[in-house]
Design a protein around this ligand. Structure first.
Ligand SMILES: [Zn+2]
Ligand SMILES: [Zn+2]
Length: 622
């Protein structure tokens, strides 16, 4: 039972997780963040903010940013940003904001935020008195460890690019809290590149990409920038990135000029021209929201190299979704016909609402290619494998359980050629994601169906369970991975999956190894002896416990084991001997042990229950 902190103020909107912990320690009279940690560790097995404050997830969901290491992982707060984009060790702040209201804003911890828009100041990241970074783990809510009050430090006026970038980043962070409903208000600074609609992670990646390549161009790995947590390092980087976005697309084109190797009239693959830039640029271009980047890039490629380049629409091939217009063009049909094909299930498509509220028809690229190639005729199993990204045996399994309809249902799932119709494949994929073509979402909050199959749920039985849960809507697809297609591209919310997974365990009555050992009245070592001897199958079940995957075992399997074999105390009871002599006595009378001896507290042999029963007088057999 956890004892909550005496005082637990509610978090502010967009408050930093570290800052909130500091505030909690202050109001409860604890010395520092460390004090809070010690308190939490004493109270709970795996300390978490919800346990020590008693606030529910909803209330704590307004927090953002990295959390202290002792806090059981809450990745939602980090918004799926990589470690580079959050500053976790030391603090950055606007002295005037802190003076107005003493709490720490989450956006200050974003690596690329260098200024405060409300006060037009550069953020501070060093104490004015001792000149050191102020760590989260030292000092208190408003003071440096040297005693300096952080609210009363002179700030420097910020530059325009710093303010603009801070504005957009703050906007994107805010949108993550309001589920995208934030209006882009009129005060927004103007850039010629449409970056106001980008998600936080995408915006960070874009700024970082431009900034790093200009600022750190000569390095072997330009995107690895030492000391990027310091305002003085990151400020020029942000300014350079903003200068490109402000002058769109001219700025971008001269940026490309600088990096691409001039190879006039020479035919070569794109990556040779682009050199170091190639991979990083293509990673960015995978986001459908980066449409403007793709357009500007294609125009550049076209003007610069014309037909000399083996370009062949490589970019477009990479994205698993295409616009309705493009799909109609590819298939050589009208938009009306396209919509009809979607309605008939020959194509997979849906309307997507953009952040601006526009409706856009998005079509699944694989379904377009499939229709183009097969023209509605039967698709052989091997092709279906490529489209669905499921192995042939698993496809047969789906057919067997009537989850996927083959071209000839009467022939069963074992027939050698197992062809399908495109619309049945589409219907199957659509039923998994409930007819929605989702945007690509890059976030560590998401987990792919493929990874679930690899790490969490192995074996045919579990595969079917997962597919069924998706079809029934017990699990919901929330995004797609642009690097993948078919079932592999589907992404789920980690937390939602976790809940479902835990529920599954309850239903399957899974136990951890220590619990299972207790259930069998043996110790953990002996448990593994049973496994090694092949008496206990450690099957593909996984429990999730304290942030780790551990093997799990079903209660039914253990009951079965107990019914089949005899050992230890039960053997002694049944044979009427004491614990140390029971096994010897049974062996003396001719029963062969199936396993053992294992040396632990007592020498352990395992016998088949029926072998022992034969030796006993009839009346004694239970
Ligand atoms: Zn401020
Ligand atoms: Zn100081």
């Amino acid at each position: 039972m956890t004892r909550q902190l005496l005082l637990h103020p509610k978090p502010f909107m967009e408050e930093s997780v570290f800052g909130y912990c500091l505030r909690l320690s202050r109001v409860n009279g604890l010395q520092s963040l460390r004090g809070l940690h010690h308190y939490a560790a004493r109270q709970a097995l795996s300390p978490s903010l919800s346990e020590i404050t008693g606030h529910d997830a909803q209330l704590l969901s307004t927090l953002r940013g990295p959390a202290p290491a002792w806090q059981a992982k809450q990745q939602e707060w980090e918004q799926g940003l990589t470690a580079t984009f959050w500053q976790r060790s030391h603090r950055r702040w606007c002295p005037l904001c802190l003076r107005e209201q003493a709490y720490w804003r989450a956006n200050w911890s974003l690596t690329l935020v260098t200024a405060c828009n409300a006060h037009g100041l550069l953020l501070l990241d060093r104490c004015s008195s001792c000149g050191r970074h102020v760590l989260w783990s030292s000092g208190d809510l408003t003071h440096c460890q040297c005693g300096q009050d952080l609210r009363f430090t002179q700030g420097l006026p910020a530059t325009q690019p710093a303010l603009d970038s801070a504005h957009y980043l703050a906007l994107a962070l805010k949108r993550s809290l309001d589920n995208g409903s934030v209006e882009n208000h009129a005060s927004a600074p103007h850039t010629s590149a449409p970056i106001a609609d980008l998600q936080l992670g995408q915006l960070c990646s874009l700024l970082w990409f431009f900034g790093a390549y200009l600022f750190h161009a000569d390095a072997v790995k330009p995107q690895k920038i030492p000391h990027h947590g310091e305002i003085r390092v990151v400020l020029p980087l942000v300014s350079m990135a903003m200068s490109i976005l402000d002058d769109w697309p001219t700025g971008f084109h001269s940026f490309l000029d600088r990096f691409s190797k001039g190879a006039q009239g020479c035919t070569a693959a794109l990556h040779i021209h682009l050199g170091v830039l190639h991979q990083a640029l293509f990673r960015l271009l995978k986001h459908p929201e980066m449409h403007f980047l793709q357009e500007a890039f294609e125009r550049y490629v076209h003007e610069r190299w014309g037909g000399a380049l083996l370009y062949a629409g490589k970019l477009k091939h990479e994205h698993p979704l295409m616009s309705g217009t493009e799909a109609a063009k590819t298939l050589g049909i009208s938009m009306q016909r396209l919509k009809m094909l979607i309605a008939e299930g020959e194509l997979q498509g849906s309307f997507l609402t953009t952040t601006k509220g526009r409706k856009q028809l998005i079509v699944d690229r694989t379904s377009v290619q499939m229709l183009k190639r097969h023209k509605g005729a039967e698709i052989p199993l091997i092709e279906a494998t490529k489209i669905l990204r499921i192995s042939p045996p698993r496809i047969r399994l789906l057919v067997q359980h009537r989850l996927l309809r083959p071209a000839h249902p009467d022939k069963g799932h074992t027939t050698k050629y197992l062809p399908f119709y495109g619309k049945d494949i589409n219907a199957f994929l659509a039923s998994l994601s409930h007819d929605e073509c989702h945007h690509y979402a890059e976030s560590t909050d998401l987990i792919s169906v493929w990874r679930i199959g690899k790490q969490w749920l192995r074996g045919d039985e579990n595969f079917l369970r997962l597919i069924t849960a998706l079809m029934r809507g017990e699990l919901n697809v929330t995004g797609r991975d642009p690097g993948q297609s078919g079932v592999r591209a589907l992404l789920l919310h980690r937390s939602e999956f976790r809940c479902w997974f835990d529920q599954l365990h309850v239903e399957q009555e899974l136990m951890s190894i220590p619990d299972a050992a207790k259930f069998l009245h043996i110790d953990d070592t002996t448990f593994y002896c049973f496994v090694q001897a092949g008496l206990l199958p450690l099957d593909d079940h996984r429990l999730y416990c304290f942030g780790r995957h551990i093997p799990g075992i079903r209660r039914a399997t253990l009951v079965e084991l107990k019914e089949k074999y005899l050992w230890g105390k039960e053997l002694a009871q049944l044979t009427g001997h004491d614990l140390t002599h029971a096994a010897a006595a049974v062996m003396h009378r001719g029963a062969e042990p199936v396993a053992g001896p294992w040396i632990n507290k007592s020498c352990c042999y395992v016998f088949r229950r029926e072998d022992v029963s034969e030796l006993l007088p009839v009346s004694e057999v239970v």
